[in-house]
Write a protein that binds this ligand. Sequence first.
Ligand SMILES: [Zn+2]
Length: 325
Amino acid sequence: MVGIPFVEPLDGLVYGAANRLSPLVARVVAENPSKFTYKGTGTYIIGREDVVVIDPGPNLDAHRTALERTLDGKRVRGIVVTHCHSDHVPLSYWLRETTGAPTFAFGPHPRPAPSALFDDDPTTEDDETNDKVGDGEEREHTDFDFVPDIAVRDGERFIDVDGWSLTAVHTPGHTSNHLCVHLDVENALFTGDHIMGWSTTVVSPPDGNMTDYMESVRKLTRRNDAILYPTHGNPVRDPAPFLAAYLEHRIERETQILTLLTKGPSTIREIVEVLYANVRRELHKPARRSVLSHMLKLLEEGRVAVMADAPVSMRATWKLQESSL
Ligand SMILES: [Zn+2]
C-alpha cells in the first residue's frame, strides 16, 4: 500500500493546555484517546479576542475546564460542529448555553432507516475477545438530536469578524453532513474527520459513503490550502502530496478487492482476512465496514454484484461483474 506521510507523535501534546499553532489558531486536546481518536479530540480556537470554537469535543470535566480557562475573557462568536459523532459534538451544548454563541454545521445527522443489512455478522464477535477497548468505544456514536442554530451551505462565508472570515466546505463521505471550514487569512482548512493526521478515515455505511468520500478528497486536491488542521492528529503542512497519497490508498484498496474477486466470489469477512492479514484483529471489524463501503461504490459502478440475487448486505457473497477490471 502507498505510504501516507503521517507525522507522529502529536506535537506539543499536553492535555488541558492550549497549544498555539499559528497567529490565529490554538488547539486544546481532550483526553479521550482511542483507536478512533488517536491521542484525543483536538478542539480548535480561532481568533484572539473574538473567537470561533471548532468541535468542542467530548463531555469530559477536564476538557470543559480547559476550554473555560482558554476562553476566559474572550468573546465566543460561533461554535462549529464538523459532524455529529460523540467525540466532536457534546460540549457544544454547554458552550452554547454558557456563551450564547450560535452553533454552525451543515445540518443534523440524518436518521437511518431501520435496517440490519449493514450490521456486522454476529459470528464475528470472537474478533473482539482480546480487544482492550470497551464496548462503549467500539463505534463512533452519533448524536442524531443535534440541530445547528445556523445550517451553512457549501461555499458560504458564515463568519466575518476582526479581519478574518470562515467559509464552509461541504465534504460528505465520513458522514453525509461532514463540514470542513476555511480560514481565509491563513489559507488554512479545518478538516474534522474528513482528513486525519494519523490515520485514514472510517467510512461506514449507510451514512458513510465511499463514492462521496473519494469525491470529497478530490475536492480538496483541487483547492490550494496551505495547511490542513484535522481534529485528530498533527496538522498537515504539505497538503498536496498528503491528499494524493490519501486518495491513492483508497484506489489501491479498491484494486486489491477487484483482484481478489478475480479468484472467485468472496464474502467481506474473507476479503478482510486477506487484505488486512497484517493488521491487528481488533481493527478487522471497522475494516469490514470500510470494505463494505468500497463494495457499495463498486456495485453502484456496475463492477461487482452479489451472488444469487441475495440482498446487498454485510453478509452477502460478492462476485466480479464481467469485464470490470
Ligand atoms: Zn467522526
